[in-house]
Design a protein around this ligand. Structure first.
Ligand SMILES: [Zn+2]
Length: 246
């Protein structure tokens, strides 16, 4: 397994993350992203030599363990995306605790789990201690483009690293996407989903979920990776942040 990468002082950082879940929740409940979409994604990451952080639901790891077991040996980080892709803002404290614990019980046999991202990028500030208590050290549940980001963060020992932009922006034509991505400040946190690399253009899901899915999404992602690499960004995993403190 490759060692953690320390930050080079002054170099801008980018975190490519993959929310690994059933297809386009809550609209579908199929696993085509995992059985089809993840393989071309992994090949692309290998070709471009990019380590990624995979936030995986317990449900996906339980259903497709052979595929999830490939991630850490490929040099990626395995992290938690909860168990059943529930919206934590609709869960009482005990249900939230159980969902997190259930995901960790399934994921930790695959390797160390240090990072967490809540489904739908929504997680109550009052529940942060639930993550602390089970050894999570990094939370990436907030998004810079959502109103909740402007609210005061609760005191926590977790490192919090918010998402910079929503996933569908990466699939926009380059002339719109490029200035948008170019304006994001380091550390840039991007996310994609394995189901975006399956052709879902005809699926009964919202337009922003289905447009330019499949091969076009892969082409876009390769362009995005090269865009940041050209600008001297360092691609890192969430776990690499833990190394910065030592
Ligand atoms: Zn998700």
């Amino acid at each position: 397994m490759p060692s953690l990468k320390k930050i080079t002082p002054g170099q801008p950082q980018i975190f490519l993350t993959v929310d690994t879940e059933t297809d386009c929740p809550p609209y579908l409940h199929t696993f085509r992203g995992i059985t089809e979409g993840i393989f071309p994604l992994l090949s692309l990451l290998r070709e471009e030599d990019v380590p990624a952080t995979f936030f995986v639901t317990g449900e996906v790891a339980e259903t497709c363990p052979d595929i999830i077991s490939c991630l850490i040996p490929e040099g990626h980080e395995l992290a938690s995306h909860g168990f059943g892709h529930r919206d934590f803002t609709g869960l009482d404290r005990e249900s939230a605790r159980r969902d997190i614990q259930r995901s960790l019980d399934i994921l930790r046999p695959f390797g160390p789990i240090d990072s967490f991202r809540a489904p739908y990028l929504r997680f109550p500030e009052d529940y942060l201690d639930l993550l602390e208590k089970v050894g999570i050290r990094i939370d990436s549940s907030r998004a810079k483009y959502k109103p909740a980001y402007l609210q005061k963060s609760r005191q926590t020992s977790l490192q919090r690293i918010p998402v910079s932009v929503t996933s569908s922006v990466l699939r926009l034509p380059a002339w719109i996407r490029t200035p948008w991505l170019g304006a994001l400040r380091s550390p840039v946190v991007l996310f994609v989903h394995p189901w975006e690399f399956v052709d879902l253009r005809e699926a009964d899901i919202p337009l922003d979920c289905r447009f330019r899915t499949g091969r076009a999404a892969l082409v876009c992602l390769r362009e995005v990776i090269r865009f940041y690499r050209k600008r001297n960004f360092q691609f890192r995993k969430m776990q690499d942040l833990l190394q910065d403190r030592t």
